[in-house]
Design a protein around this ligand. Structure first.
Ligand SMILES: [Zn+2]
Length: 217
């Protein structure tokens, strides 16, 4: 596998994994590598992957559902959600809530945007990013940016800064989540082929941190 390509790791029912197993993911998510230490030696392996995970809102699965009533007690919900630690959550760029699809919508003939159109847009954004990081070792896309690159390529205006400030004070986001928002904003701008990050891109990126809000209140 070439370094420029991600493997995808999909974890279904994320809170069902043992917490120590989930915490082990933090190092490779951050550095793209794993270090295995034994008494005599320590080995480092490359481990760059894209983590995708799914979870229910509560143990019974119906919290927030408009049709079925959730039967979980608040402490039970809290216990279930707290299996995902804040530091692990910080390292997940996009959080999406997927509510029940109504039968009417499911049966409707209207179709969304075609996958091949989306694919073209994504490929274009990847090319923009490859050009941006040309000649920089180990950086192929926005996700790989570190502090130095974020400073260079994720400049935002005053209005955008205010948006993030507000999100931090209201959602209690960490510094790491702050960097994630900047990187995701950069990617949203790339998908629109915009050279500058605009306030709309930043506010969309903040919207992808919904779990910071719902899991830790
Ligand atoms: Zn429930």
């Amino acid at each position: 596998m070439s370094l420029s390509h991600h493997g995808v790791l999909f974890l279904d029912e994320l809170p069902e994994f043992k917490r120590n197993v989930l915490e082990v993911l933090r190092q490779p998510l951050e550095d793209g590598g794993v270090t295995i230490s034994r008494a005599v030696t320590s080995l480092s392996y490359p481990a760059r992957f894209m983590l995708t995970a799914a979870m229910n809102p509560c143990p019974c699965g119906f919290f927030g559902d408009p049709v079925n009533e959730c039967t979980c007690t608040p402490p039970k919900i809290q216990k279930y959600r707290s299996r995902i630690s804040g530091p692990l959550l910080d390292r997940i760029d996009l959080h999406l809530e997927v509510p029940r699809v109504k039968y009417k919508e499911l049966a409707s003939q209207e179709t969304g945007e075609r996958s091949e159109v989306i694919r073209k847009r994504v490929n274009k954004a990847r090319i923009i990013q490859q050009k941006r990081f040309q000649g920089r070792k180990g950086i192929f896309c926005n996700a790989h940016m570190e502090a130095k690159e974020i400073k260079e390529f994720c400049k935002i205006g005053e209005e955008s800064q205010d948006l993030i400030k507000l999100a931090i004070t209201q959602l209690g986001l960490s510094a790491r989540a702050y960097d994630r928002i900047l990187k995701v904003s950069r990617t949203i701008a790339d998908l629109e082929e915009k050279p500058d990050i605009e306030p709309a891109h930043v506010s969309e990126a903040i919207g992808y941190r919904s779990l910071d809000r719902t899991l830790w209140m």
